[in-house]
Design a binder for this molecule. Structure first.
Ligand code: NAD
Ligand code: UGA
Length: 476
């Protein structure tokens, strides 16, 4: 319900110009032409890319994003590193900074690292000269708003900071569509007069394009927790179906048939039941680990163990896929050329964070394989960075890492070149182009017996087998 208490908004800013900040603010700018939207980041080169003339060069690849940027940038959408000025002039400040898993100290490997959120909060406190609505857009542990409030409460002035939780549910690859047609917009606020007014102000913005019945208002803690739980439920479905894929491979059942049969029950539903080499992306693993950590923190060890299993099954699935490749190639890939199709964690994004490709490829490199990698969108430098980081985590020294990178990795711009003298192809991202390949041509280039390991279930195995390829499809 809207009331006259909603505040008039002229300027909005968002701290964090990443995969969430960029697309989210572009959509707000498009739908609110009367509001100036400023997207801020302390990473200068990222802001330069957001401002670059070449729209193919934006830091985030998302279908539909570049045309939105083209339409709004310079009119009411601005990308800037000037955090001070834009905090000062905005009535609403979104925080869309990264909240990775902690890599050090207490809670290492589990808890969310709130360093960036704390820094943002301190910047807001420092540069604010008038009342602000501070919006948690980042995914955060339940009760974070309390911590933000305690930082913002240290003002010597009478400025009122209202902290509102408004988690983001977009998925990469379909972000623009998800933002225009959200299943729901969740806004959690306090039930004080100023809290209600802040929630209503945000509702007014979203209600310009989201039907009112899809805008859900709750208390702050329910909103913060619902985001973690949504991701946990989604990931749980993938781990559930992936666990069954292992059983299918043993019994002759087929995972696609099982998914269809199970998903036709409308209480279960058909979405998110595609078996794969394992889920990737920057959020599922970190958000579930965050949930596990929170449960342990509150002494709920059974709850923690239950959710932890979702991540463990995902690791099991990625490892199972790697072992399938190794075992089928006569237990050795040493000095064998292998082709990796796809580096992004899913199609239609240039993001490779936590991609199953990293896990599978790193293990193959350690076994001595020579990898020929092709992805239509992920930059070579990103692929190399991912592998360097993963090899370091495997305990490899700097010299060992540089030897592996120089002698065992080739990154290709041409997919057909990447299969020359290859013993096997591993399909790790479901890019549409992989569904329309000239397999006869590919087979000719390969060493025989030639293998295809399909971690995304996208090839027609009967057609490929007819050509002469040995095909392994996860879950069949
Ligand atoms: P990202 O790494 O792509 O972007 C975060 C940006 O924040 C970076 O560019 C970084 O330089 C900037 N930043 C950090 N601290 C800053 C500071 N103090 N001042 C200015 N800039 C600062 O991260 P993302 O993928 O956009 O995710 C952001 C948050 O949204 C995370 O909490 C994530 O869990 C959540 N989320 C992500 C997605 C997704 O699909 N990626 C979807 C929903 C929610
Ligand atoms: C996910 C959620 O879907 C979003 O709602 C959420 O906002 C976001 O995380 C977040 O908080 O970051 P995203 O990770 O971008 O979005 O993409 P998904 O479509 O969820 O895919 C995640 C991974 O699961 C991908 O590797 C994908 O290939 C895999 N997946 C997905 C499967 O293996 N099977 C499926 O059936 C669906």
């Amino acid at each position: 319900m809207l009331s006259s208490e909603a505040i008039k908004i002229s300027n909005i800013c968002c701290i964090g110009a990443g995969y969430v900040g960029g697309p989210t603010m572009a959509v707000i700018a498009k739908m609110c032409p009367d509001i100036n939207v400023h997207v801020l980041d302390n990473n200068e080169s990222k802001i330069k890319l957001w401002n670059s003339k070449d729209l193919n060069n934006l830091p985030v690849y998302e279908p539909g994003l570049s045309s939105l940027i083209h339409e709004c940038r310079g009119k009411n959408l601005f990308f800037s590193t000037d955090i001070k000025k834009n905090i000062s002039r905005s009535e609403i400040i979104f925080m869309a900074v990264n909240t990775p898993t902690k890599t050090y100290g207490s809670g290492k490997g589990m808890a969310a690292d709130l360093t960036f959120i704390e820094k943002c909060s301190r910047q807001i406190l420092k540069y604010s000269k008038s009342d602000k609505i501070v919006v948690e857009k980042s995914t955060l542990p339940v009760k974070t708003a309390e911590k933000i409030k305690s930082i913002l409460g240290n003002s010597n002035t009478n400025i009122n900071f209202e902290v509102v939780s408004n988690p983001e549910f977009l998925a990469e690859g379909s972000a623009i569509n998800d933002l225009f047609k959200s299943d729901r917009v969740l806004i959690g606020g306090e039930s004080t007069k100023s809290g209600i007014s802040a929630v209503q102000t945000l509702c007014r913005i979203y209600s310009r394009w989201i039907p009112k019945e899809k805008i859900l208002t709750t208390n702050v803690w329910s909103s913060e927790l619902s985001k973690l739980v949504s991701n946990a439920f989604l990931a749980q479905r993938i781990s559930s179906i992936n666990s069954i894929s292992a059983l299918c491979e043993k019994t002759g059942a087929d995972i696609s048939e099982v998914s269809s049969a199970v998903g036709m029950d409308k209480r279960i539903g058909k979405y998110f039941l595609n078996s794969s080499v394992g889920f990737g992306g920057s959020c599922f693993k970190k958000d579930i680990l965050n949930l596990v950590y929170l449960s342990k923190f509150y002494g709920l060890h059974e709850v923690a163990d239950y959710w932890h299993q979702v991540v463990k099954i995902n690791e099991y699935q990625m490892n199972r896929f790697f072992l399938t490749i190794l075992n089928n190639l006569f237990q050795t890939v040493y000095k064998k050329n292998l082709s990796i199709f796809g580096w992004a964690f899913k199609k239609n994004t240039n993001d490779s964070r936590e991609s199953a490709s990293i896990y599978v490829s790193t293990n193959l490199l350690i076994e001595g394989a020579i990898l020929n990698i092709y992805d239509p969108k992920v930059e070579s430098s990103k692929i190399i960075n991912d592998l360097e980081f993963a090899l370091k985590n495997h305990g490899k020294s700097k010299i060992e890492i540089s030897t592996i990178i120089n002698s065992q990795i080739k990154i290709h711009n041409d997919l057909y070149e990447s299969v020359i003298d290859s013993h096997a192809i591993a399909i790790l991202t479901e890019w549409d182009i992989f569904k329309e390949l000239n397999w006869k041509r590919i087979y000719k280039f390969m060493v025989k017996p030639a293998f295809v390991f399909d971690g995304r279930r996208i090839v027609d195995e009967f057609k490929l087998k007819k050509i002469g390829l040995n095909v392994f499809k996860i879950g069949s």
